[in-house]
Design a protein. Structure first.
Ligand code: FES
Ligand code: FES
Length: 220
């Protein structure tokens, strides 16, 4: 082993040794503490154009969630689901498989249903996110939620927020879906209680309740 390797390993040993002394080590530590922990993206040249490079430290992000602005400093590796649940205290989207198969974590990103466990928060920076928390207004359930209640469409309820958000996206695009439309739209949302027929009944019934079916997404 080289002498300087030894010094790095134990900066307190012999003051005569070359390498990083305890004093130098403390100076270096002080410098690194002074580096900002949160920084915006660096711009680098790639394929003839400037592209932003985020991280590896935290970067400032901003989201429009359920009609409100949220800011957070997050590492670029953080998923949208973790950002919502762990940083922004929006725990309606559920973590079940955490690998893009069950749909329990479904939210709307710019009006499209997505698995929030499989999207990075940084991809949602500056965009609109709708979660199940935004459905009820003024203490009243959204008519889609009410249809789920009326049709007994939730059993354990663990898949329900994801089912609701996929159904909400469907109703925004197709206000009067048939059962076939609803089944196709919710095909990525698994229900381990196998309550599928009642879920589909609720979505179709919600489509027949005109007032909410014509509401637009995002701050509706
Ligand atoms: S938790 Fe995201 S798809 Fe299952
Ligand atoms: S109601 Fe239990 S998983 Fe769907």
């Amino acid at each position: 082993m080289r002498d300087d390797d030894e010094t790095m390993k134990d900066p307190n040993h012999g003051s005569e040794s070359p390498g990083v002394s305890r004093r130098d080590f403390l100076k270096i530590s002080g410098i690194s503490v002074a580096v900002p922990l949160v920084a915006g993206p660096k711009m680098v040249m790639a394929a003839g154009q400037q592209v932003p490079v985020y991280g590896p430290g935290k970067v400032p992000m901003e989201f429009a969630i359920n009609g409100k602005n949220y800011k957070a400093d997050l590492e670029p590796r953080v998923t949208l689901l973790d950002a919502l649940r762990d940083q922004l205290e929006l725990t309606g989207a559920k973590r079940v498989c955490d690998r893009g198969t069950c749909g329990a974590c479904t939210v709307m990103l710019d009006g499209k249903p997505v698995y929030s466990c499989s999207n990075l928060a940084v991809w949602a920076d500056g965009r609109t996110v709708d979660t199940v928390e935004g459905l009820a207004r003024g203490g009243n359930l959204d008519p889609l939620q009410q249809a789920f209640v009326d049709h007994d469409a939730a059993q354990c309820g663990f898949c329900t927020s994801g089912q609701l958000m996929s159904a909400k996206a469907l109703l925004a695009a197709n206000p009067h879906p048939t059962a076939e439309h609803a089944r196709a739209a919710l095909t990525g949302n698994l229900c381990r209680c196998a309550n599928y027929n009642r879920i589909i009944d609720a979505v179709v019934a919600a489509g027949n309740a005109t007032p909410h079916a014509t509401r637009s997404r995002g701050g509706q």
